[in-house]
Write a new protein. Structure first.
Length: 133
């Protein structure tokens, strides 16, 4: 079982826009079957994601995007998977038509997991094509 809630706020101006996004995931218990043990435990903790994006219009069809993200995952019933991660990065949005876009972005993440037992570092790169209806 899982419940997700997502909310976005946009502030649009002539040369730049700001977006704040938040997502909360409440995870339920999962069935775990070990030899001789049949139980239900919450394997993954609840998750809170907060993202902020500033987009600066460089020319008519290209925008520069600056992104920051925070991800918090609570401890589960297994007592070993809480995490705090901070990501930051940027990218570009290319506008082809009024309703079609190409997003290119990269983010670098740092954080820790399992009550500071593990350092987390990583890079995420992605491209998205968007069509608005």
């Amino acid at each position: 079982d899982k419940l997700s809630v997502v909310e976005n706020v946009f502030i649009n101006m002539d040369k730049f826009s700001i977006m704040f996004s938040g997502k909360y995931i409440s995870r339920g218990k999962s069935k775990i079957i070990y030899p001789g043990i049949d139980t239900e435990k919450k394997i993954l903790g609840n998750e809170l994601d907060i993202i902020g994006t500033v987009s600066l219009k460089l020319i008519n069809a290209i925008s520069l995007n600056l992104i920051t993200e925070s991800v918090l995952i609570s401890e589960s019933d297994m007592k070993n998977d809480s995490a705090q991660v901070l990501g930051f990065g940027g990218g570009f949005t290319i506008k082809f038509t009024k309703r079609s876009f190409l997003d290119i972005l990269a983010k670098y993440y740092v954080g820790n997991s399992n009550k500071d037992d593990s350092d987390l570092k990583g890079l995420s790169a992605a491209t998205y094509s968007r069509l608005v209806f």
